[in-house]
Structures are given as structure tokens and as C-alpha cells.
Design a protein around this ligand. Structure first.
Ligand code: ZN
Length: 263
């Protein structure tokens, strides 16, 4: 039995024969019907009604309140759900897009979104190899500049093997550690906080989780170090993005991330 109470929320009252009970919501009334706590003759009232009405009359669907299904029921045609509006349509009235369908009504807006590069219908537009390469170059330039700014003063105060052998022994590993720590801090901070390094931001790219969600700091850390695996494979791990349907690099596969194009 369908109850078309009109408003949602706690607005319904029913009578158990002795007293008025409520307010209850439409959903609660449905549950009472299912549980057979109320029947077709139970009296129902809600604000705005002149008087109590039997449930069987109250529940009679109003024609204008019918769901906007747009599709005639019991059609033998195969149906699909529009990725834009989520309503079902016969496939003959829809256009296919990758492995989804779009209804005729949503098509113009959908095409517009496609042109603008928005991820459409829950589908993400994966960023290809070259745009990601460009982003990496930009990040490389930024990191190079940071490196230079740090190393000029550090080189000036650096001990040499001759002047202070002990200090030199400490200094060298510290410098090597710094070489790893700076890119790590840069990568993890920007990816964890913004989902993109400055290079990726400049190229309008974003790193997301496979379902499109935000990358956490933990995943950003994992992804940074997974890049080392992409590097030690002679950068083949990076190149893999060029040949993957979802443009995943090796580190994207390891961390279940995707690089997508923003609007
Ligand atoms: Zn639609």
C-alpha cells in the first residue's frame, strides 16, 4: 500500500480506536502497515485535513503525486539508468557513453560537461602520460630551485674531508637524507592537503582515490614511496600510465590512486 501523505517528516496521526497516536512519519506509517499494526480502516489525520479519514481512502494515490518515472511501466524494451539524472529509460531513447547511458533530456548538459572536461556521470577523466609528464617537469623545476637555495649556504659551511674528517663523515649522509626528505615533504604535504603538487595544480590535475575520493595523508605517504619503485624500474613504472586504460602508473596501481583532469 502506498501512502501519499504529501509532506515528509513527522506529521501523521493515527487512531488505535481509543486514542490519537503520533506524530509519526510516512515511513513509520508504512512500517505499521507492514507490521499490520494498522489496517485499511484505521483512521488517519494530518494537519491540513478536515477530519479523520480511513487509511484506505487516505492512502489512495493522488494522480499528480505519481512518481516522474517518464517510462511507461511494463515495457519489454531493455532499460538503462541515466548516469546524469539516475532515472530509468528505454535504451532506444538514450545515447551510450563508454559503458554508461545518458537520456535524451540530459544529453545537452552532459555534452557540455564533457567539453569542459568535468568528470561526468561519476566517470573520471584520467589524465594522460604527457600532461602528467609536464606536471612532473614543473615540480622538478620547483624542487631544483628549493635545492639550490638550500645548498648554496650549506655548501659554504660544509666541512671538507681535509679540514674536519669527522664532521665530513656526518655531513655527507645528512645531505643525502635532505635530498630525500625535501621531495618527500613537498610531495606528501601538497598531495595530502590539496590532492596535487604545484606542478599538478598548474596542469589542472588531481590525485584521487580509485572511487574519486580525497587522498589521505597516509595514502600520500605511501604513494610518495611507491614512486621509488616506479623509479627503480628504470621509470617504466611512470611509463605504464601511457598504456593503461585508467592511465595508472605503477605507483597509482600500488596505492589505488588515479590522476584526473580537473574542470
Ligand atoms: Zn537523464
Amino acid at each position: 500500500m502506498r501512502v501519499n501523505a504529501g509532506e515528509d517528516g513527522m506529521s501523521l496521526y493515527y487512531s488505535d480506536g481509543k486514542q490519537k497516536i503520533g506524530p509519526i512519519s510516512k515511513a513509520e506509517l508504512q512500517n505499521l502497515i507492514k507490521a499490520k499494526k494498522v489496517n485499511a480502516r484505521t483512521l488517519i489525520w494530518q494537519p491540513g485535513m478536515d477530519g479523520w479519514q480511513e487509511l484506505r481512502r487516505f492512502a489512495r494515490p493522488k494522480s499528480q503525486a505519481a512518481p516522474v518515472a517518464a517510462v511507461p511501466a511494463r515495457t519489454s524494451q531493455p532499460q538503462q539508468t541515466c548516469v546524469e539524472c539516475g532515472r530509468p529509460f528505454a535504451v532506444t531513447d538514450m545515447i551510450p557513453f563508454r559503458d554508461s547511458w545518458v537520456c535524451a533530456g540530459c544529453k545537452p548538459a552532459f555534452v557540455q560537461k564533457m567539453k569542459e572536461g568535468v568528470s561526468v556521470g561519476g566517470q573520471m577523466l584520467y589524465a594522460g602520460f604527457w600532461i602528467r609528464f609536464a606536471a612532473l617537469l614543473i615540480d622538478g623545476l620547483i624542487l631544483g630551485a628549493i635545492n639550490l637555495m638550500l645548498h648554496i649556504p650549506l655548501a659554504l659551511i660544509a666541512p671538507t674531508e681535509e679540514s674536519d674528517p669527522t664532521a665530513f663523515l656526518v655531513y655527507m649522509p645528512l645531505m643525502m637524507l635532505l635530498q630525500l626528505a625535501i621531495p618527500a615533504a613537498f610531495d606528501i604535504f601538497f598531495v595530502g592537503k590539496y590532492g596535487a603538487t604545484p606542478g599538478k595544480m598548474a596542469c589542472r590535475l588531481k590525485i584521487v582515490e580509485s572511487e574519486g575520493g580525497k587522498v589521505t595523508y597516509a595514502r600520500a605517504i605511501g604513494r610518495h614511496f611507491a614512486k621509488y619503485i616506479s623509479m627503480i624500474t628504470l621509470y617504466i613504472g611512470f611509463l605504464m600510465a601511457a598504456f593503461d586504460a585508467q592511465k595508472r602508473s605503477l605507483h597509482d596501481r600500488i596505492c589505488d590512486t588515479r590522476v584526473i583532469r580537473r574542470k
